[in-house]
Write a protein that binds this ligand. Structure first.
Ligand SMILES: NC(=O)c1ccc[n+]([C@@H]2O[C@H](COP(=O)([O-])OP(=O)(O)OC[C@H]3O[C@@H](n4cnc5c(N)ncnc54)[C@H](OP(=O)(O)O)[C@@H]3O)[C@@H](O)[C@H]2O)c1
Length: 320
């Protein structure tokens, strides 16, 4: 494993971070038991992963808690989250504290390394900053939170509006950012600023659904080419990203997606989710490979750097 500093937090963390949400939820969504999911977390730790991300709606905090029973608490950094606005209802500060306390209880720990406000949309940002952040600072003083973070909601915020604003408010020590081969806006919108200010970055959406599904990539390219948003040849092939797979390049599209994300300047930790032990191993191996060749990175930026809103799908019903 390779390790890096998470911005200026002082946390030293693995460059591969285990996401226990996404579509897989450590396999709970496809019938794995909590014990099996906890075993997968321990497999990740055995591979050197020291950053674990969860959140109340994922239903995996209890599983993280099971895994934490088998390892020294300080050997991993644990992040969880709280919503501030959901189903047209704003969470009061007391409710956010209750959510934090419940996360601590479910995970059987007395502190959270990074406590994030979850999927904060642009119109929610003022409330996050003015009403909730002061309460988080108090919880930090009490030792229940080590660092305060903010995650964006790429599914509705294609151009990182929330994080662009948050760059100017020093309360946020860590950002969770959406970024992938066809969603590269954070390079200019976010990473330039986080690097300057020492804000730690956790990357989500490196693969999501789109790059785990080659026919879908081809379908999206056809639609974009028909709208004149990408070069015509990308819409006329069944393998638009085939140019990334070659000797000295990536072995396949998923590997390309993880290597692309991992080596973007300004990215500290790439989160990935899986319910599959072999995916866990291959994803870690991909993240530890060198950057894609310069020519491929340049081509990805030239072909797709201008796109917004591609491959940012949510869960059925409510997103995030
Ligand atoms: N706003 C937020 O706060 C927010 C939003 C989204 C995500 N997140 C965090 O980010 C983490 C990562 O989420 P993500 O949205 O980037 O998606 P993800 O969970 O990493 O999605 C990857 C998908 O690709 C599949 N996959 C993974 N490795 C594969 C492989 N080697 N071969 C084939 N298929 C593979 C997985 O299914 P398998 O189970 O089959 O491997 C999964 O369905 C989440 O777990 C969560 O912690 C946070």
């Amino acid at each position: 494993m390779q390790y890096t500093s998470l911005g200026k937090t002082g946390l030293r963390v693995s460059v591969a971070g285990l996401g226990t949400g996404g579509f897989s939820r450590m396999g709970l969504k496809t019938g794995k038991t909590e014990d099996e999911a906890a075993r997968l977390i321990l497999d990740a730790v055995d591979l050197g992963i020291t950053f674990i991300d969860t959140a109340p709606p994922y239903g995996t905090e209890g599983v993280v808690g099971r895994a934490l029973k088998s390892i020294p608490r300080q050997s991993v950094a644990v992040a969880t989250k709280a919503f501030i606005h959901r189903n047209d209802e704003w969470s009061t500060p007391d409710r956010v504290i209750a959510s934090l306390d419940n996360s601590l209880r479910l995970m059987g720990t007395d502190y959270i390394d990074v406590f994030n406000l979850h999927g904060v949309e642009p119109h929610e940002y003022d409330y996050a900053l003015n009403t909730i952040a002061p309460v988080l600072i108090e919880q930090k003083r009490k030792g229940k939170i080590r660092h305060i973070g903010l995650t964006e909601n790429p599914i509705v915020d294609f151009t990182n509006v929330t994080l662009k604003r948050a760059l100017y408010d020093p309360v946020w020590e860590v950002f969770m950012v959406g970024f992938h081969m066809m969603h590269q806006g954070a390079r200019a919108n976010v990473f330039a600023g986080t690097r300057e200010k020492g804000i730690g970055t956790l990357l989500m959406f490196a693969v999501r659904s789109i790059f785990a599904d080659p026919p879908r990539v081809a379908r999206e390219m056809k639609e974009l080419a028909a709208k004149g948003l990408v070069e015509p040849w990308l819409g006329a092939t069944d393998d638009p990203l085939g140019f990334l797979v070659h000797d000295g390049g990536a072995a396949n599209m998923i590997e390309a997606a993880y290597r692309f994300a991992r080596h973007e300047p300004g990215v500290d930790v790439v989160l990935f989710g899986t319910g599959d032990a072999s995916h866990l191993r291959t994803n870690v191996a991909s993240l530890l490979k060198p950057p894609l060749p310069d020519a491929d990175r340049t081509k990805l930026a030239a072909l797709f750097g201008h796109l917004t809103g591609v491959g940012l799908d949510g869960h059925q019903g409510r997103s995030r």
